[in-house]
Structure formats: C-alpha cells, structure tokens
Ligand binder design. Structure first.
Ligand code: NAD
Ligand code: UDP
Length: 388
C-alpha cells in the first residue's frame, strides 16, 4: 500500500505531486498508472482518447486511490484544455504517439504529425509554465548500427564499439527518404532535439526516455478481438495472435533482426525513479532496456512457441514459423533496425537502475496473461460461422 514516507535516492522524503500523463490509456501508461496508484501518493491527471486499459483503476469509485486519478478524454491534437492540465500539474509525462511500425511506412503523415507536431504544444506549455517534462522517445532514434555497414564476415561486427548504443555518443543512422519506415524515428529525433534546445536556451527541466522493446501484458491488441482484424500490432501481439489461433508465426525477412526485450514491470521501476529523483533525472536522456535479453526475432518466435505450449498445455505446431518478405508483410518503404543493445552507463550512474527479469520469465508471465485473456474469445471467434 502507498506510504507517505517514501524516500528518494538521496534519502529525502518524496513529496506527493500531481502528474499530467498524456497517453495514460496506452500500454506503458496503464502500467505507470498502476504503479503510481499502488505504491505512491502522487496524483494523476490521465489524458487519452481511450481508457479501456486503465478502466480497472478508474472503476469502481471505491478504490483507495480513487481521489488520486482523474481521466480526461482529450485528443491533444485539438483541445484547449491541455494547457490548463499541464499548468495544474507539477510534472508532465508525454507518452502519446503512433508507435506501431506497420503505420510508419503506410501512414507516414499521421506518424510524423503524431510524434512531432502534436508534441510541440506539450513542450511549449511545459517550457512557458516552468513545468518539468518527461518525454517518451524511442531506441529507434539510433536507427541502424555502424556495424551493419561492415562486410557480413568482418570481425569488427563483434566489437561493441560498432553496435553498442550510447545516449551521448552514438550517431542516428536512418535509411533514405523513400524508406518511410524512418518517418517515426526522424520525428522522434527532431522532438528530442527541440526539447534539448528548450532546456539549453530556456531552462526547460526535461528527461527523455528511449525505451528498448518494453513488453508485457496489455501491449497493443489482438487483431479481430480487441483491435481491427486487418491491424498489425508490434511483434509480441503479432506472435501472440498467431499462437492463440494456432497459425505459424511470420518471420519478416527470415527474422534475422536482433532486439533486446525488457519486462514492462522492470522498465516502470526506472520511470518511477525518474519521477521521484528530478535532480538526478533532469537534463538526461536515458536508454531503458535489458542488454542481457538479446534475441533474433527468429529466436524470440521459437522461445514464445515453447513457452506458449507450456502455459496453454497445447502442443506446438509441427511447422511453427514461416518466412515472409517485409514487402508482403508491411508494404513498400519498410526497413529495419538490425540490432539494439542499450548502453546502461548513464542510467546506472544517475539512478542505479538495472533490469531483473529474464526473457524466458517475462514471456512466461506475459503469455500466461495472453492465454487467460484471449484464448476463449479466439475460440468463439473461430467457431462463429462467417456471414454470407
Ligand atoms: P501505446 O500506443 O500503447 O500508447 C500510446 C497512447 O497514446 C495510446 O493510448 C493512444 O490512444 C494515446 N494517444 C495517441 N495520440 C493521442 C492524442 N492525439 N491525444 C491523446 N492521446 C493520444 O504505446 P506505448 O507502447 O505505451 O508507448 C508509449 C510511448 O513510448 C510512445 O511515445 C512510444 O513511441 C514510446 N515507445 C514505446 C516502446 C515500447 O517498447 N512499448 C518502444 C519505443 C518507444
Ligand atoms: N516482426 C516479425 N513478425 C511479425 C511482427 C514483427 O518478424 O509478425 C519483426 C519486425 O520486422 C522487426 C521485429 O519483429 O524486425 C520487431 O518488430 P516490432 O513491431 O515489435 O517493432 P520494432 O522493434 O521494429 O520497433
């Protein structure tokens, strides 16, 4: 239960604050709201166009935290109430974004507007009203590794100098403009630069978060169940959907890209440290990921297949995966990050944070949730006769 006597990393009592959380109804927002309600006395002004993922925190009104969370159904693109909410809060956390890769090359305008233009007023209101901002960027701002341009058999590819991603040293390497995949990364990079400049020129107190594939329950949607049938979510939900429907998992371009996956609950601990320790977090950009949980997408598919068989009790398919070209899966203009390993020096030094959960363990708890939440609904959807 929440206690008023929580201490920051320097041993000082943490004063309860009001947080304007934009995008609070999404995957990360829902976990952050849960954590703030269960373990702190902070208040949350939760802004989003949806609230399904935080409804359990808003209803019934008898929750012990009911007077500390308020939902505001606001589209930040066009709503004059936004500035008032930012003024009422001590801190703004901005999570709102289009952030599913299937949209980057097929809806590049919406992607750029959402990740850059729509974030501009948030930054401006924080700066003008001297309010602190924690802004969610992405590990994708690093783009491709330097090593990806070396010959495939070059021994330098094994040298961390050619792949480790460091906040204050690594370049941002994107593909050509025709590769519209990079519309998201480029918009996120420009908003980072703007926030950084507001800090340098106007004294904005900011923290930028670069998440490295945070995964867990409530991520995205299962197509045809709680999202559009033709929708393409991020890889965790795509593979969960395939497993639930007993279809082979689709490996884009053979699934050779590498990612590091961090459990959402570990990552949220890092965000809470940022919220509670402004003196240590302000002015910094933080990688938040788990460098020990690296896998190729193919290895992820194999592990998810094995874990799902264990948690569901259903045997795996004889042919559990199938290769598909990126053009077929995502359409024209797709491109990919080859490898993403976060350097942890800065977050370790400033906040002493380290992730704990192994890839197997985080998949086991996440797929247990997916099975419990969706297996029955999928069975019913499959059994339903198609209307003629
Ligand atoms: P999400 O899509 O689940 O959450 C985003 C939320 O923002 C959604 O609930 C959406 O309704 C809301 N939103 C979008 N536009 C809005 C608008 N105009 N007005 C009001 N609300 C709006 O995504 P997430 O995984 O929770 O990601 C949150 C942030 O973290 C994003 O900025 C994303 O780019 C960044 N990020 C996440 C990951 C990850 O691993 N999950 C990785 C890299 C970056
Ligand atoms: N991917 C895949 N099959 C799918 C969905 C995604 O092979 O059904 C791949 C995708 O091409 C990328 C990786 O999985 O290489 C991670 O994709 P995700 O959508 O999670 O986002 P990203 O990490 O690229 O931001």
């Amino acid at each position: 239960m929440a206690s008023a006597a929580r201490l920051d990393l320097d041993g000082n009592a943490i004063k309860p604050m009001t947080i304007c959380m934009i995008g609070a109804g999404g995957f990360i927002g829902s976990h952050l709201c849960e954590k703030l309600m269960a373990e702190t006395m902070h208040k949350v002004l939760a802004v989003d166009v949806y609230n399904d993922k935080i409804r359990h925190l808003l209803e019934p009104a008898a929750h012990p935290w009911s007077d500390r969370i308020q939902f505001h159904r606001i589209n930040i693109k066009h709503d004059s109430r936004l500035e008032g909410l930012i003024k009422m809060a001590d801190l703004t956390v901005n999570l709102a974004a289009i952030c599913t890769p299937a949209d980057y090359n097929t809806r590049p305008l919406d992607t750029i507007y959402s990740n850059f233009i729509d974030a501009l007023p948030v930054v401006k209101y924080c700066s003008e009203n001297n309010k602190r901002l924690i802004h969610f960027s992405t590990c994708e701002v690093y783009g491709k590794t330097i090593g990806s341009f070396l010959p495939k058999d070059s021994p330098l590819r094994q040298d961390p100098a050619y792949y480790l991603l460091k906040e204050d040293a690594s370049p941002c390497i994107f593909g050509s403009i025709e590769k519209q995949r990079w519309s998201y990364a480029c918009a996120k990079q420009l908003i980072e630069r703007l926030i950084y400049a507001e800090g340098a020129e106007n004294g904005l107190e900011f923290t930028i978060v670069r998440p490295f594939n945070w995964i867990g329950p409530r991520m995205d949607f299962i197509p045809g169940i709680d999202g559009p049938s033709e929708g393409v979510p991020r890889v965790l939900a795509c593979f969960s959907n395939n497993l639930l429907r007993r279809e082979p998992l689709k490996l884009v371009d053979g699934g050779q890209s590498q990612r590091t996956f961090v459990y959402i609950k570990d990552a949220i601990e890092a965000v809470l440290l940022m919220i509670d320790n402004p003196g240590r977090a302000n002015g910094h950009i933080f990688n938040v990921g788990n460098p020990n949980n690296e896998a190729t997408v193919k290895q992820l598919a194999e592990m998810m297949t094995e874990v799902y068989a264990k948690v569901s009790g259903e045997p795996s398919l004889e042919v559990p995966t199938v290769d598909v070209s990126s053009k077929e899966f995502y359409g024209e203009g797709y491109d990919d990050s080859d490898k993403r390993i976060p350097d942890m020096t800065i977050i370790n030094k400033q906040l002493g944070w380290n992730p704990k959960t192994s890839l197997w363990d985080l998949l086991e708890s996440t797929l247990t949730y997916q099975h419990r939440t969706y297996a029955e609904a999928i069975k019913q959807a499959i059994a339903k006769p198609v209307a003629s």
